[in-house]
Write a protein that binds this ligand. Structure first.
Ligand code: ATP
Length: 193
């Protein structure tokens, strides 16, 4: 079974992914794969250096992701060029990982952009994590993000209503970690029943 997991910034996706992993799921973290494919020797590295030049490399020869983000920020054609490199590389890697797993695995693909990229049809079921904006804000502030950055990021993302429209399961995460664990465990029981 292939599950999509998403939610707004600070909603608790990674925490839900960890709970699902504890319950027996195999979690694939889209952000981690996107980083991996840009490491030296990986498929996206040469393409990025070729397309964007040596200025996106740090002194050790690794791609400086902040530099790269700055280079494509506000330039839609450069952003499209970067996405055309990263997305196929991520898809290929995810396919490779899935093919290496036993057929009865429950695989969770954790991606912030599931709805933005309209990926919902790829999955057997979609789990969406939601939490009130003020709850998300205070969790993110305690993680060190500043409030204007949080507001800008939330404004840049789709709304929880848009996410819920594609959800098979909605996990509300306004309460304690214990409540979250109980809710996710209920979802897991429904999935595995
Ligand atoms: P991002 O969009 O930044 O990747 P995320 O949606 O993956 O965030 P998490 O990293 O899981 O969210 O959660 C954000 C922060 O809130 C983390 O520090 C996490 O430990 C904390 N957190 C999540 N759920 C709860 C909860 N129910 N109670 C207390 N803290 C929580």
């Amino acid at each position: 079974m292939y599950l999509g997991l998403s939610g707004g910034i600070g909603s608790g996706k990674s925490t839900v992914a960890k709970i699902l992993s504890d319950l027996g799921a195999v979690v694939i973290d889209a952000d981690a794969i996107a980083k991996e494919v840009l490491e030296p020797g990986q498929v996206g590295y040469e393409s990025v250096v070729h397309a964007f030049g040596g200025s996106v490399l740090d002194t050790s020869g690794n791609i400086d992701r902040k530099q790269l983000a700055a280079a494509v920020f506000q330039d839609t054609s450069q952003l499209a060029q970067l996405e055309a490199i990263v997305h196929p590389a991520v898809s290929a890697r995810v396919t490779q990982i899935r093919e290496s797993l036993p057929a009865n695995s429950i695989v969770v693909y954790d991606t912030p952009l599931l709805v933005e990229k309209q990926l919902q049809d790829q999955f057997d079921k979609v789990i969406i994590v939601i939490a009130d904006v003020d709850v998300r804000r205070s969790r993110l502030v305690s993680r060190g993000l500043d409030t204007s950055d949080i507001a800008a990021r939330i404004a840049n993302q789709v709304t929880d209503e848009q996410r819920m429209a594609v959800a098979d399961f909605v996990v509300t995460n306004n309460g304690s970690l214990q409540e979250l664990r109980e809710h996710v465990t209920q979802v897991w029981h429904q999935l595995t029943a």
